[in-house]
Structures are given as structure tokens and as C-alpha cells.
Ligand binder design. Structure first.
Ligand SMILES: NC(=O)c1ccc[n+]([C@@H]2O[C@H](COP(=O)([O-])OP(=O)(O)OC[C@H]3O[C@@H](n4cnc5c(N)ncnc54)[C@H](O)[C@@H]3O)[C@@H](O)[C@H]2O)c1
Length: 352
């Protein structure tokens, strides 16, 4: 199968590229390498690599021609990165997937897979599933949920659309990220022996990066109309404090420095059901939190990762540097302006 991976040189994309290529797919990666501008060691090992901007319709046309499936996993991840420049976040997380969907429709690509996030659920009592109405708490989650809606509407009747709402991802990738909760706590424990923790009662579902790639491979083999899938496993719902306690058990000599409970900037708090995925693909997402923790800890202690504080491991720091240097900016093209206006209108209205 010919698969176009948009944003395929990132943390998840690097693992997905390796798996899909090993399974015999013809993988084209399209990525602007926005965090790793000059590091040639990190170029993806795909059949084809196009360095380009996912907001550029010519690049998209070139990348998607002849593809059997397009996977959009490019964009800015998490609220802090999206808050840095909201206009940029809207272009990368909303306009870009919509432009790719338009290209897919015009070129007759039969299957579109959109990477989204369980962050769309916000702060909830009880258990959320795919039928729970999204309640985004910030720019990141809002761009994700509106992209889901626009892409689905645009491709209705033209292509199968699979929306993957990922739990928070952990574990090692050829392009490591240490800025999400498990990897960050593990890096803190392995390098300084301390994990600062204030409160920690918020619940967060987790999934290992290898399992995300396996789920992607599975859905590519089974396109089926319009589908939304939470990606993770029921037993991998934890509180932030439980994550810290697991990390401490796995990293000898590490301890938790507990501070007073305070209002966290990140108010996400939800328990997620992954029953739909488990029914469709029994046995998916088998990797446990402890396994991802051990991987990251080992990468630091055996110096595969020499300095966990380098900006290349932290999307927010990396983005700040690229943004200040003018490498990554809102382009405000006519298409992006039109889609920005559509985003603003939709955000002001009620989310369906
Ligand atoms: N990592 C997580 O914990 C997590 C959780 C939920 C959802 N997701 C979703 O999964 C997807 C991938 O996440 P990731 O952790 O691999 O992120 P990442 O930041 O490591 O990778 C994103 C890639 O997209 C590229 N990119 C972004 N905008 C681009 C543009 N306009 N043109 C060209 N390239 C561009 C970047 O260069 C980068 O390589 C995202 O859609 C994210 O929202 C991730």
C-alpha cells in the first residue's frame, strides 16, 4: 500500500515509518523538520522523503498523488506549544489537515487517517468514550476537535475517514520527546533523582508509542467508513501521582518531592474507555507504563540520550527557538486566512 505520512518525521512518525516500511508498505514522509532543522541523523528511513510545509498545496499534491492512504500526524502538540502563537497553531493543526483532506478528495485518495487526541474530552467526571461530546479546554484541543469535524464533513461520501484520538504517548522513538508527562518524569528521575509533584490527582490515559504505530498499521488494513477510535487500553488509565510512583519504582534512588496541591495550568482530567478499539482489534496496546519508563530511563543511564535538557527533546523549547529565529511562522496565505476565519466562526459557535 502507498501511504503518505504527513508529519512522519516526528516522535510517533519515526516509529510508524519504521513499522509500516517493515510491513512492506511504500511510505512517503512529508515533514518540515521544524524542530530538527539541520540534524541529518534524524531523517526518516522512508521510501520517499519530501521536506516541505504541510500548508503548501503544491507539496500536498505532490505527496498525495497515487497514495492509497494519507495519514495526518503533523502539527503542534499540547497546549503550551499552541499557546505560543495561536494563529500558527490554527494553521498547523486545523488548516493543514483540512488542506490535506481537500487534496485527498481532489486526487481520489480513498482513506484519510487523522491523528487527534483524548485531550478533546477536557475535564470530566466518570468515563469518556467516543460518543462523549468533546469539551476542549484550550487552543490545542479546540484545533483538534474542529479539524476532526471539518475533515469528516469534507470527505463525507468521498473517502473513508479514521480519527485516532490518542492517549498521552510514552516510550522511546528514534526522535525522542521528553516533554510529555511519563517521559518527562522519567528523565527527571534518571538525571536528577527527583520528581517534583504538586497534587497529582488528575487522571490521564497513556499509550506506548510502538502500540500507536501498531494501531495505525491495523486501521490502514481495515478502512471502514467514518470511525473515531480512542487509542490506548482501559488498564492504562492513571493519575499523575500514580505515574510518578511507577517511575520511582523503576528508577533506583529516585524520589518524589511533594509540594502543596495547586491549581494546575493543565486542568485535563478524564478516565477513558478504549472498548471500541479493543473490540475492533483485540489485544491492541498491550505495552504497560512501566515498560516505557524503563526504556527512557535506560536511554538516559546508558547515555543514548546524553543531555535530557537539550531543547531538541522539548517541543515547546524547540518551537520557541524556531519561532524566534523566524523559521516557523504563520504564513497567512489566502487559503490559511480563509480557514482561519472558518475556525474562528466555528469556535465562536457551539461545538457540535
Ligand atoms: N505525543 C503525544 O503524546 C500525542 C498525544 C495525543 C495526540 N498526539 C498527536 O499525534 C500527532 C503526532 O504527535 P508527535 O508526538 O509525533 O509530534 P511531533 O511534534 O514529534 O511531530 C510532529 C511532526 O510534524 C512536523 N510538522 C508540524 N507542522 C508541520 C508543517 N506545517 N509542515 C511540515 N511538517 C510539520 C514536525 O516537523 C514534526 O516532525 C499529532 O497530531 C499530535 O497532536 C500526540
Amino acid at each position: 500500500m502507498r501511504v503518505a505520512l504527513l508529519g512522519g518525521a516526528g516522535y510517533i512518525g519515526a516509529v510508524a515509518t519504521r513499522l509500516l516500511s517493515a510491513l512492506g508498505h511504500d511510505v512517503a514522509v512529508i515533514d518540515g523538520l521544524i524542530y530538527q532543522r539541520d540534524d541529518r541523523r534524524l531523517l526518516p528511513t522512508a521510501s520517499r522523503f519530501i521536506r516541505g510545509d504541510l500548508r503548501d498545496t503544491e507539496t500536498l499534491g505532490q505527496a498525495l498523488a497515487g497514495a492509497d492512504a494519507v495519514v495526518h500526524m503533523g502539527g503542534l502538540v499540547g497546549e503550551p506549544a499552541c499557546t505560543l502563537d495561536e494563529r500558527l497553531a490554527v494553521e498547523l493543526n486545523f488548516a493543514s489537515p483540512v488542506l490535506a483532506a481537500t487534496a485527498a478528495r481532489d486526487l481520489g485518495v480513498p482513506h484519510y487517517v487523522l491523528f487527534s487526541s483524548c485531550s478533546v474530552y477536557g475535564q470530566r467526571d466518570g468515563t469518556v468514550d467516543e460518543d462523549t461530546t468533546p469539551r476542549p479546554l484550550g487552543v490545542y484541543a479546540r484545533t483538534k476537535v474542529l479539524a476532526e469535524q471539518y475533515v469528516t464533513d469534507l470527505l463525507s461520501g468521498c473517502a473513508d475517514v479514521t480519527v485516532l484520538r490518542l492517549a498521552t504517548v510514552h516510550g522511546l522513538s528514534p526522535r525522542p520527546r521528553l516533554d510529555s508527562v511519563v517521559n518527562r518524569m522519567t528523565a527527571q528521575a534518571a538525571s536528577s533523582g527527583r520528581i517534583p509533584l504538586n497534587g497529582g490527582s488528575q487522571r490521564r490515559p497513556l499509550v506506548h508509542v510502538n502500540d500507536v504505530a501498531e494501531v495505525l498499521a491495523a486501521v490502514l488494513g481495515h478502512p471502514d467508513g467514518h470511525r473515531v477510535l480512542n487509542v490506548g487500553a482501559d488498564r492504562e488509565n492513571y493519575t499523575i501521582a500514580e505515574i510518578a510512583e511507577t517511575v520511582v519504582r523503576a528508577v533506583p534512588g529516585a524520589r518524589i518531592d511533594r509540594g502543596p496541591e495547586r491549581d494546575e495550568a493543565d486542568a485535563r482530567d478524564y478516565h477513558t474507555s478504549f472498548g471500541r478499539l479493543a473490540t475492533l482489534f483485540p489485544g491492541s496496546c498491550p505495552t504497560r507504563l512501566i515498560d516505557g519508563v524503563r526504556q527512557i530511563a535506560a536511554a538516559i543511564t546508558d547515555r543514548h540520550i546524553t543531555d535530557p535538557d537539550l531543547p531538541e527533546y522539548d517541543n515547546l523549547q524547540g518551537l520557541r527557538a524556531c519561532h524566534n529565529a523566524g523559521f516557523v511562522q504563520a504564513v497567512r496565505s489566502a487559503e490559511c486566512e480563509r480557514l482561519h476565519a472558518a475556525y474562528t466562526r466555528a469556535s465562536e459557535g457551539a461545538l457540535r
